[in-house]
Design a protein around this ligand. Structure first.
Ligand SMILES: Cc1cc2nc3c(=O)[nH]c(=O)nc-3n(C[C@H](O)[C@H](O)[C@H](O)COP(=O)(O)O)c2cc1C
Length: 320
């Protein structure tokens, strides 16, 4: 089943601190695939916290963006739903899978998997208020003793979600261990709404394996995209036209990295943009010759011009 309103069955996973506007621009320039925001707290956008407002504001982006909300209060979700529509979101996702302590202790993210009545109220209130499609992203369950993804998926469907995404790990697993594709398959078999499978997809071939194994309607890629923004489009091309992925050239890596760096500085200002760029730069050069020394030098820099010089210099010396 194609997911209504989406041009591709390949989805970028939301990642706090990563899936910001500069990152979406970079991935979009690489080609196809659906894009998403970082999670944004419903109470923070409500009170116009500038950082949260910036995350939710996707008005200037010339491609569709799903905006993800996190929180625990149905009425705040309802108000935030209208706001994100005004701020340009194409569609709205509710985070019911985040394992981070700060979020869980606030009875949000994956904590809602232990409170189905509240989770249902949140979805219903959001669907009722939202002019946009509402989806839910959740996990296999809280821990190995409390695996409830199938019941949770049915609850999402009954509460009005348009589609759901399931990550095949429990909250207790965090990001460790192997994602359970059997639970993804079981979820797919239990509901009529479209299901996106998520967990451990790191190549177009692996995406195809998940589709064939679980018969999900779409797949979502997270960590494997880090330093590899080409992967979303490569996966789309492979699944739709059988085009085999070709590794980016050094020139492409350098140009993409420099563009990403410039976008970060433009969006956040030089100081914050440079700080945020460090992790991305490390991911881009991972595995390249002398990357460790390059990273150490890069970390000491605070100015864009110096960073650009260092990158140029590194790529004149680098060999694969
Ligand atoms: C650094 C990081 C931040 C994340 N932030 C979010 C988030 O804000 N919302 C969310 O639903 N999932 C978040 N996730 C989970 C991912 O969306 C995804 O479910 C998870 O990484 C599994 O997919 P993968 O195996 O393809 O990485 C995050 C994951 C990572 C690694």
């Amino acid at each position: 089943m194609a997911i209504d309103g989406f041009a591709s069955s390949v989805f970028m996973a939301p990642m706090a601190g990563i899936t910001d506007q500069p990152w979406r621009k970079i991935v979009h320039e690489c080609g196809e695939g659906n894009l998403i925001s970082e999670m944004v707290a419903v109470n923070a956008i409500q009170f116009k916290n500038p950082k949260s407002y910036q995350i939710a504001n996707v008005k200037d982006e010339p491609y569709p963006v799903v905006v993800q909300l996190v929180g625990n209060d149905p009425s705040l979700f309802a108000e935030a739903a209208k706001l994100v529509a005004d701020l340009g979101a194409k569609s709205l996702d509710i985070n019911m899978g985040c394992p981070v302590k700060k979020i869980v202790n606030n009875h949000s993210g994956s904590a809602l998997m232990r409170d189905m009545p509240l989770a249902s109220q949140i979805i219903e209130a959001t669907v009722k208020a939202s002019p946009l499609k509402v989806s839910v992203k959740f996990r296999k369950g809280w821990d190995s003793e409390h695996v409830n993804a199938v019941e949770f998926a049915k609850m999402c469907e009954n509460s009005g979600a348009s589609y759901i995404t399931v990550h095949g790990r429990t909250r207790a697993q965090g990001y460790s261990g192997i994602a359970d594709w059997d639970i993804i398959k079981a979820v797919k078999e239990s509901v009529m709404i479209p299901v996106i499978g998520n967990g451990d997809i790191d190549s177009p071939q692996k995406a195809e394996q998940m589709l064939k194994y679980s018969h999900v309607d779409g797949i979502m890629i997270g960590r494997a995209l880090l330093g590899n923004p080409w992967l979303l489009n490569q996966t789309h091309q492979y699944l739709t036209a059988g085009i085999k992925p070709i590794a980016p050239t050094l020139e492409q890596i350098k140009n993409t990295l420099l563009k990403h760096l410039a976008l970060l500085v433009d969006y956040y200002g030089e100081k914050s943009g440079m700080a945020i760029s460090r992790k991305h730069i490390s991911w881009y050069v991972k595995g390249l010759y002398d990357a460790k020394a390059f990273r150490e030098q890069y970390t000491k820099l605070n100015e864009l011009a110096a960073a650009q010089d260092l990158v140029e210099n590194f790529f004149t010396r680098v060999v694969i």
